[in-house]
Every structure is written in structure tokens, then in C-alpha cells.
Design a protein around this ligand. Sequence first.
Ligand SMILES: CC(C)(COP(=O)(O)OP(=O)(O)OC[C@H]1O[C@@H](n2cnc3c(N)ncnc32)[C@H](O)[C@@H]1OP(=O)(O)O)[C@@H](O)C(=O)NCCC(=O)NCCS
Length: 191
Amino acid sequence: MTPTAPHQLITRAYDTAGARAIQDELFALYAEIYADHLSDPFYSVERFADRFAGHSNRSGFRLVTGSIGGALVGYAYGGPLGRTTRWWDGLRDDVPADALVEDGTRTFALNEIMVQESWRRRGIARSLHDTLLGGRPELRATLLVDPDNDPARNAYLSWGWRTLGHLQPFPDAPVYEALVIDLPLPEAAAS
Ligand SMILES: CC(C)(COP(=O)(O)OP(=O)(O)OC[C@H]1O[C@@H](n2cnc3c(N)ncnc32)[C@H](O)[C@@H]1OP(=O)(O)O)[C@@H](O)C(=O)NCCC(=O)NCCS
């Protein structure tokens, strides 16, 4: 396949209402990308839809989609952690207590980022990531990545994310690595 010229990718940002208006498209792309995992209840489309409903309910939620030729090829979304968030509850490592303090404005949680398989390794995830995090008012961002997910983990580490510890968000969820990055993104990452 011919490599994508960056200008072919159209990114677009949505708030909660806008994201929910296109949620069927989002779920369809999720089902395609996670097709090999859908039999695991945690990865089912129903559970994904439940998580999306919760994530998109947060004040400050943002979705960024990437489209090529009018077709959705990827998206990323997240929102700020609230003062009483349970995000850090499943952390298994000792970290300085002040690393886990949330006041509702400190940390943006990147909940999902995905790109259709046939469009990978063209910098699309990077564009979605930079567009979503660019201009955020929070001081830092966090995300959870499966330590065996080499493509995603390599991407995040190369973009400047660092490991805070290991975290299991729900009893039937995998044990993830919790990563953080300071905001605003460094100039090189934000370009
Ligand atoms: C992770 C994912 C979003 C990356 O999307 P992408 O558009 O291919 O990413 P980019 O083209 O922006 O790649 C950025 C960097 O990621 C790393 N990377 C991406 N795919 C990789 C692979 N298969 N193996 C190793 N490193 C990889 C590289 O460092 C790459 O930079 P490079 O191409 O200059 O070497 C995509 O693989 C995906 O959708 N995976 C399934 C969903 C998923 O796992 N999401 C993350 C959940 S935490």
C-alpha cells in the first residue's frame, strides 16, 4: 500500500455530545480492531460501550477522530481525572503519595487510542495523540498499557511517556503499566 501523506488525514475534535452522536461508528471500529479479543468479556463491545459511556460522561471529555477519504481510520479519547477518581486504586507499586493526588485539574487520562490495522505505521496514532493532548490545560497525562502490547508501549515510550507503576483497574482486567507524561507536550512531540 502507498504510504499515507500526512495531509490525507483529517483530524476532528468532539465533546461528549458530538462523540455520542457517532458512537456506533466508534464501536464498529473498536470491534474490527479488537476482533481477536472480543470473546474475553472484558474486551466485549458491550463492556467497551459501558466504559465509553462512563468516560464520555466526564466534564472535559474529548474525542479526536482521524479520517481518510471520509472513512474513520482511528480515534483517541480521554478526559480529566476527578478529585475523587478511583483511577489509582489498583496501583500495585509504591510510589510517592503526592504522585496520586488529584484535584480535578491535574491529570488528563488518555483512555483509548486505536488505528485500523491497514493504516498503521504512518504516524496516525501520533497525530491523534498530539491533537488530543495539545493545548490541554492539565499538568500531566496518564494512560494504561498492557506491558505485552509492544506497538503501543514502544510508541508511548518514544513519545516521552514514563512508567509510574503497575495497575489493575478492575478485577477481571489485565495488569497494566500506568504511564505518565508532563503537559504541555515537549515541542518535538507536539509538532
Ligand atoms: C498502538 C497503535 C495505536 C499505534 O498506531 P500507529 O498509527 O501504527 O502508530 P504510529 O504510526 O504513530 O507509530 C508510532 C510509533 O509506535 C511504535 N510502533 C507502532 N507499531 C509498532 C510495532 N508493530 N512494533 C513496534 N513498534 C511499533 C513505533 O515506535 C512507531 O514509530 P515508527 O513508526 O517511527 O517506528 C496501533 O498499533 C493500534 O491501534 N493497536 C491496537 C489498539 C491498541 O493497542 N491501542 C493502544 C492501547 S494502550
